[in-house]
Design a protein around this ligand. Structure first.
Ligand code: CA
Length: 408
C-alpha cells in the first residue's frame, strides 16, 4: 500500500475540509452516476461510504443527481455536511473511507442536477453602465429602473452544460456593419457569430421549492438556496444588439451556458459574507436590505477569467449591487414559484477597474478581438474561508468549436 493517502490533503488546500463541494460523477468501473464530494485532488464516493457506514442519508447520496439532497432542506444539508466532514477527518473512519476516494482526473463529472428554470440577472452596476455606454451611447448608461429592481430575463435551461463541454460557435442574424449594405438586400446578414464573447457570472442553485402565490422573503434565502457555482454565459455580441430590443436577449444567449461541476454549499461561504454596496435609492420593503439583518447578504467571491491560459480579468463579486437574496425575493414577489433545480445567475460580474470586468465586450470597449475557434476559456474563483484558507469554486472551462462542428 502506498504511504501517501488521499485523505492527507495539505493544510490550506482550497478543496480542503472547509469546502466540500458536491458533484455527480461516475468511474470506468462503476458507470452509475452518484453524488461525490471533492476533497483535495480526489472525489469521495459518498454513496459508497454512506452504505458502508450505515448512514441515514445513504439513499440521498446514491441518487444520480443532487436533486434529492437539494430538496431535503437546510437541516439535512447541515447534517450531511457534518457527516462527510467526519468521514474525511476522523481517523476512526479512515479505513472505511480510503477505498472510496478516486483521483479527480480519473472520474467523469456529469451535470450535477437537471436544471429547471433559468434566470439570468444583470446585477453589476459597473457592468450595466459599461454595456449601456457601448450599446446605447446617446442615452444614460443605466436605465431608470435599474436601481429599483434587479433586472433579469428567462434563459434556456436545456442548453446549460457542465464544465468541459465544447461550445459550438452559434449562427444568427446580425445587423450589417455600416457601409456593408447589399443592393436589393436591405435586411440583416446571417452567419456564424463573429463577435463571440463570454460573461463571468456566479450561479445560485435552488434546493427547497416555494409555493406558487407565496413570495420568498429576502431573509429566507439560505433556507431555499443550496449552493453556488460559477457560470459562463456565452454571448454573441453581433446577434444581441439586433435582436434584444424591445424584449431582451434571446438567440444571442440561448445556444449554450456553462456551469461548474462543483456546487459549493452556502455553509462553506459563511466567512465570505460581506455587506453589499451602499444603497443610493430607497427600495421597496421586499428588497430593502438597509437594516442590520442584511449587513452580510453579499459574498466576497474573487473570480478570475483566463483565455488560453492567460489571465485577462479578476472580477470581484463583492461589488455586485443586487444580492442573491434580493434576486430570489424579486423572482417570487409576483407569486411565481421556484423549484428544486432552478438556477439563477448574477449577471456579468464586473468591478470598477478595467482589469476587473467580466466580458470581452468591456475589456475591449466593444472593439474586439473576440473569441476565436479553438480558444479555451476558464472561469475560476475562490472565497475567503475560516482561518485564512481559500475556498475554491469549481472552474468553468469550455473550448470554442467552429460553427457546424459535428464532434469529429
Ligand atoms: Ca449574462
Amino acid at each position: 500500500m502506498s504511504e501517501h493517502s488521499p485523505l492527507d490533503v495539505p493544510e490550506g488546500d482550497p478543496f480542503g475540509p472547509h469546502n466540500l463541494p458536491y458533484g455527480v460523477f461516475s468511474t470506468p468501473a462503476a458507470a452509475d452516476p452518484r453524488v461525490g464530494v471533492r476533497y483535495g485532488d480526489s472525489v469521495l464516493d459518498t454513496a459508497a461510504v454512506a452504505a458502508a457506514l450505515g448512514s441515514p442519508h445513504a439513499a440521498l447520496l446514491a441518487a444520480p443527481t443532487l436533486a434529492p439532497l437539494m430538496a431535503a432542506g437546510r437541516p439535512v444539508w447541515q447534517a450531511v455536511r457534518a457527516e462527510v466532514t467526519a468521514w474525511l477527518t476522523d481517523p476512526a473512519h479512515r479505513a472505511a473511507v480510503e477505498p472510496h476516494l478516486h483521483a479527480v482526473d480519473r472520474v467523469t463529472l456529469h451535470l450535477p442536477f437537471e436544471v429547471g428554470d433559468y434566470v439570468d440577472f444583470y446585477s453589476s452596476e459597473h457592468h450595466a453602465a459599461n454595456v449601456g455606454r457601448i450599446f446605447r451611447p446617446a442615452e444614460e448608461p443605466l436605465t431608470p429602473n435599474w436601481k429599483h429592481l434587479p433586472i433579469g430575463y428567462h434563459g434556456r435551461s436545456g442548453t446549460i452544460v457542465p464544465a468541459g463541454t465544447p461550445v459550438v460557435r452559434p449562427a444568427g442574424q446580425r445587423m450589417r456593419p455600416a457601409g456593408d449594405s447589399v443592393p436589393g438586400q436591405p435586411g440583416p446578414a446571417f452567419g456564424p457569430s463573429i463577435r463571440l464573447d463570454i460573461e463571468a457570472e456566479v450561479g445560485f442553485v435552488v434546493g427547497v421549492p416555494s409555493r406558487m402565490g407565496t413570495p420568498v422573503p429576502r431573509t429566507a434565502f439560505r433556507d431555499h438556496v443550496f449552493g453556488v457555482c460559477l457560470v459562463n454565459d456565452w454571448s454573441a455580441r453581433d446577434v444581441q444588439p439586433w435582436e434584444q430590443r424591445p424584449l431582451g436577449p434571446h438567440q444571442a444567449k440561448s445556444f449554450a451556458t456553462s456551469i461548474g461541476n462543483w456546487i459549493t454549499p452556502l455553509d462553506a461561504l459563511e466567512a465570505a459574507r460581506v455587506a453589499p454596496p451602499e444603497r443610493t435609492h430607497p427600495l421597496l420593503p421586499y428588497l430593502d436590505d438597509t437594516g442590520t439583518d442584511a449587513r452580510h447578504d453579499g459574498y466576497d467571491l474573487r473570480l478570475e477569467v483566463r483565455i488560453n491560459g492567460e489571465t485577462v480579468s479578476r472580477p470581484p463579486f463583492a461589488s455586485m449591487y443586487w444580492t442573491a437574496a434580493q434576486q430570489l425575493a424579486h423572482m417570487t414577489v409576483n407569486g411565481a414559484s421556484v423549484r428544486t433545480g432552478d438556477l439563477y445567475a448574477s449577471g456579468t460580474v464586473s468591478g470598477p477597474e478595467p482589469d476587473q470586468v467580466g466580458s470581452l465586450l468591456e475589456l475591449t470597449k466593444g472593439e474586439g478581438p473576440w473569441l476565436a475557434d479553438g480558444d479555451v476559456v476558464e472561469i475560476d474563483g475562490w472565497a475567503p474561508g475560516p482561518h485564512g484558507v481559500r475556498i475554491a469554486l469549481g472552474t468553468v472551462t469550455g473550448q470554442v468549436k467552429p460553427a457546424g462542428w459535428t464532434g469529429q
